[in-house]
Design a protein around this ligand. Structure first.
Ligand SMILES: C[S@@+](CC[C@H](N)C(=O)[O-])C[C@H]1O[C@@H](n2cnc3c(N)ncnc32)[C@H](O)[C@@H]1O
Length: 192
């Protein structure tokens, strides 16, 4: 409840970057990790963990052999995730800085990137910059998973984002809709 309130107040203060009124559901978390390549990933980056709606599920799938790096813009969200999962590395930084933060861990790239960023609130320039940071950080065959709300996918920014995915990935798979998420959402599972 406390986390949902914090999320809500962040949405009021920063609607564009928070992008949602409440944290995502467990159902959406499970679909996000379903085909995200976590079973074989040595390094996974989560962008925009918020209060950690997906983080625990990612850590369970990743197991002991995998490295996790979380990049969260808001310090108060990062602090919550660090407190819940003290063994995971969470950095307060922009999601654009994937490669820079991987280098600090002596890693060249990530095998999988899971993103919760609210793409449809971003202008074309920011969408392009953030997409470039994803493709720069993934090797060929690397996995990228991101969700979108059903209603937002039909808006011009949602359509533009979909075409950006088609341009940058060799495969883009659309998951089933998670109707019980508020609002209903689906996941794009992409392979570079
Ligand atoms: C829609 S919320 C999702 C939060 C959480 N993963 C969930 O599903 O409940 C988007 C999250 O992305 C973060 N965010 C937005 N822009 C960001 C950026 N440029 N870099 C890192 N995090 C960002 C927000 O602070 C917020 O935590």
């Amino acid at each position: 409840m406390k986390e949902s309130l914090l999320f809500f107040f962040n949405f009021i203060r920063h609607p564009k970057s928070t992008g949602a009124v409440f944290p995502s559901s467990r159902g959406l978390a499970e679909v996000m990790v379903e085909d995200a390549g976590l079973d074989t990933a040595a390094t996974v980056v989560e962008r925009g963990p918020g209060t950690g709606a997906f983080t625990g599920v990612i850590a369970e799938r990743l197991g002991d052999q995998g490295n996790y790096l979380g990049l969260e813009l808001r310090e108060e969200f990062a602090a919550i995730v660090k407190e819940k999962y003290p063994h995971l590395r969470v950095v307060t930084d922009s999601a654009e800085k994937i490669v820079e933060n991987l280098r600090k861990l002596d890693r060249e790239n990530a095998d999988a990137i899971i993103s919760s960023l609210p793409w449809t609130t971003f202008d074309p320039d920011l969408q392009n910059r953030i997409m470039k940071s994803v493709t720069d950080a993934l090797p060929s065959g690397g996995k990228f998973s991101t969700f979108t709300y059903l209603h937002a996918a039909r808006l011009p920014a949602g359509r533009r984002f979909r075409s950006l995915l088609d341009k940058n990935f060799s495969e883009v798979r659309v998951s089933r809709t998670i109707w019980r998420n508020l609002p209903p959402a689906f996941v794009y599972h992409c392979t570079k």
